[in-house]
Design a protein. Structure first.
Length: 216
């Protein structure tokens, strides 16, 4: 049966987080299709992975037999994350926008799993694996909006996930999530509600479609 790697990175728990809520809907639909499947789950907000260190970085370019004890320990932690990604038949990532970019904890996970000559390079070991990113944001950064130029989540993840790791990337974008809590955005609540409903529908539909495709 198929394996799903699910990464959450929102600092907010449960339904307080749009990215978690939509990703949870995707995961539940996936599990309905794969009741005997495997889900590898990492909450990098609750249990952060190590940020890149000089030992972890240099170990990736050195012969393992020459690793120092510090390099060996740091590289072993990276390999665990890399193997989880390589084992996955599909990947689900919750990526809320914080200050126009992704959470630093998600960036740390990416820094660990990107390894030239293995997951990155001419023939990435994870090439073609489908990944669904739930890229929630408090406002709207869609083309044509006043802050379109500040959109560094989808642009960055497209470059890293597709361009570097060779993954097959798809985005679900729940936007205007601050509208119910910010009086200045109250007139945008109907747009927020429509975006939220569409995100849940897309998550469920994409999970089912992906599950059927992998089962074929």
């Amino acid at each position: 049966m198929a394996t799903l790697l699910h990464i959450d990175s929102s600092v907010f728990p449960g339904e307080a987080s749009s990215s978690r809520s939509v990703a949870d809907a995707f995961r539940k639909a996936w599990e309905e299709q794969h009741p005997e499947g495997t889900v590898i789950y990492r909450d990098v907000a609750a249990e952060p992975v190590p940020h890149m260190t000089v030992d972890a970085h240099t170990a990736g370019f050195a012969d393992p037999s020459a690793h120092t004890p510090e390099q060996s320990a740091a590289f072993a932690a990276r390999v665990t994350l890399i193997e989880e990604l390589e084992q996955a038949d599909a990947v689900l990532i919750g990526a809320p926008m914080y200050n126009y970019s992704i959470p630093s904890t998600l960036k740390a996970w990416l820094d660990n799993v990107i390894l030239l000559g293995r997951t990155a390079g001419e023939t990435p070991s994870v090439q073609g694996t489908p990944v669904t990113v739930v890229a929630s944001r408090g406002g709207s950064y869609a083309p044509g909006t006043p802050r379109a130029g500040y959109e560094f989540v989808q642009n960055y993840l497209e470059a890293v996930l597709r361009g570097t790791l060779g993954l097959d990337v798809d985005f679900i974008v729940p936007e205007l999530t601050m509208a119910p809590r910010n009086p200045a955005m109250s007139e945008l609540i109907p747009l927020y509600e429509a975006s939220r409903e569409r995100a849940f529908e897309d998550a469920i539909a994409k999970a089912k479609e992906l599950a059927e495709r992998l089962a074929a």
